[in-house]
Design a binder for this molecule. Structure first.
Ligand code: IPE
Ligand code: IPE
Ligand code: MG
Length: 236
């Protein structure tokens, strides 16, 4: 468990990357990496809940991931299906789950499972768990801009009233604390269209471990690193 020094992050963003390389390293098909990745996700989200993180937003499938082979996309969607059926149906589930991203390109049965989970966990008061599926940060900003334009069109606000608070309230993560820590395992050091709006003052921690090998100790280490940083938010 992390020590009591600087404040803990309230909201963590997590890019779950490296499933394919983990599979290759172990002589397995890429789908085995995704399956193992889904299991690790569950361990880590439970751990976040245990150590009192308020919000966790995880990147499961990007708007660009559709460009992978049809085989890989369909195996990811099947793993997601199975996962959605099993993972949140358990007694004692305390996290409030929200799926963020586009809803117009997913299979109808996946969408219904997502809606069921959102409805079933809506009143939970534990970890705010946002799972990004068919998510792109640019798409999210476009979505918010479009919603703001609709408010203007309906005469409910003037164009000059579009400000940062309004756009924030129209993002998929509205109601969550500001993003404190953006964590990417797998050794890649890039953002890959994740939480572009929310990253404004997030601390970035990159780790040289593939997601399926990621453990609670890695998360502790990332949190320790976060707590050693000097955040200035543009001030002195
Ligand atoms: C992350 O692992 C999972 C998804 C993007 C769906 P990758 O599949 O990107 O694994 P690598 O980066 O190729 O190792
Ligand atoms: C980002 O990883 C998306 C997810 C982890 C879901 P990618 O593997 O798709 O990103 P790139 O291609 O390395 O930038
Ligand atoms: Mg990758």
């Amino acid at each position: 468990m992390p020590s009591e020094r600087a404040p803990m992050p309230r909201h963590i963003g997590l890019i779950m990357d490296g499933n394919g390389r983990w599979a290759a390293k172990n002589g397995l098909p890429r789908s085995a990496g995704h399956t193992r990745g889904a299991e690790v996700f569950r361990t880590i989200s439970r751990y976040c809940e245990k150590i009192g993180i308020e919000a966790l937003t995880t990147y499961a499938f990007s708007t660009e991931n559709w460009s992978r082979s049809a085989d890989e996309v369909s195996s990811i969607m099947n793993i997601l299906r199975k996962y959605l059926r099993d993972a949140f149906n358990q007694e004692g589930e305390t996290s409030r789950v929200r799926f963020i991203g586009r809803r117009d390109r997913l299979a109808p049965d996946i969408l219904s499972l997502m809606e069921e989970i959102e409805d079933g966990t809506r009143n939970n008061t534990g970890l705010k768990l946002n799972i990004a599926v068919d998510y792109g940060g640019r798409n999210e900003i476009v979505h918010a801009a479009r919603e703001a334009a609709k408010l203007v069109e309906q005469g409910r606000i003037s164009a000059d009233e579009i400000d940062e608070d309004l756009i924030e309230s129209l993002t998929f993560t509205s109601g969550c604390p500001p993003l404190d820590l953006l964590l990417r395992p797998s050794g890649e050091e890039r953002i890959s269209n994740f939480m572009l709006w929310q990253c404004a003052y997030a601390e970035f921690v990159y780790m040289d471990v593939l997601w399926p090998d990621f453990t609670t100790e890695h998360l502790d280490r990332a949190i320790e690193e976060f707590r050693s940083r000097n955040r200035r938010f543009g001030g002195r």
